[in-house]
Ligand binder design. Structure first.
Ligand code: CTP
Ligand code: MG
Length: 163
C-alpha cells in the first residue's frame, strides 16, 4: 500500500495553484471539486507515489522477493488520488466545504480508488497479493495512518485542519 499512501501527503506538500475544476461551478451552484484539488497536487502526488514505488521495487529486489511491478505502482499511486478526486466531487454535492470532515469517505477514498484501479487494469496482481488477511490489515491500518499523517501535517503547519 505504500505507493497508495504516499500521494496524499505529497499532494499536501506540493499542492496549490490552478484548481482542477478551474474554479468552475456544478449545476447545483457549488464548486465541482473545490480549491483543495489542484493539478500540482494531483500530478506531484502521483509522481511521488510512483518514485517511492520504484524505490520499493528496488528494495524488494535486494531482499530477494517481488511484490510490486511498475504497473502495480502506477495503478496504486494514481488510484489513490483519483479516489480522492471522486470523494471531493461527492463531498461538494453534499454541500461540505473544503477541508470539512467526512467520516469513512476521507479515510477510505484512497483505498477504494487504488483497489478499483488494480481491479480494472491488473486483477491478477490484486488476487495474488491482496488476500483477506492483507485486506483486513489495510482496513485497520489506513484510518490510523491517515490520522497520524494529518496530525503531523497540521503541527508542521502544512494542513489547516488535523484530519
Ligand atoms: N491537494 C492538492 N491537490 C490534490 C489533493 C490535495 O493540492 N489533488 C492539497 C490541497 O492543498 C489540499 C490538501 O492537499 O487542501 C489536503 O488534501 P485533502 O484533505 O484531500 O483536501 P481538502 O482540502 O480536505 O479538500 P476536500 O474537502 O475536497 O477533501
Ligand atoms: Mg481533507
Amino acid at each position: 500500500m505504500i505507493p497508495a499512501y504516499v500521494p496524499n501527503p505529497v499532494a499536501v506538500i506540493v499542492g496549490g495553484g490552478t484548481p482542477i475544476d478551474l474554479g468552475k461551478h456544478y449545476r447545483d451552484g457549488r464548486r465541482v471539486l473545490g480549491d483543495g484539488k489542484t493539478y500540482r497536487g494531483l500530478f506531484g502526488g502521483i509522481l511521488g507515489g510512483i518514485l517511492v514505488g520504484i524505490l520499493l521495487i528496488w528494495i524488494e529486489g535486494m531482499l530477494g522477493f517481488s511484490i510490486h511491478t511498475l504497473l502495480s505502482v502506477v495503478l496504486l499511486a494514481s488510484g489513490a488520488l483519483i479516489g480522492d478526486l471522486v470523494k471531493s466531487f461527492f463531498k461538494r454535492r453534499l454541500n461540505k466545504k473544503r477541508g470539512e470532515k467526512w467520516l469513512i469517505a476521507d479515510q477510505y477514498d484512497l483505498v477504494a480508488g487504488a483497489f478499483a484501479m488494480v481491479a480494472l487494469f491488473d486483477l491478477p496482481w490484486l488476487t495474488a497479493h491482496v488476500t483477506l488477511a492483507v485486506a483486513l490489515w489495510i482496513i485497520i491500518a489506513t484510518p490510523l495512518l491517515h490520522r497520524g499523517a494529518n496530525i503531523i501535517g497540521y503541527l508542521a503547519g502544512m494542513k489547516d485542519v488535523p484530519w
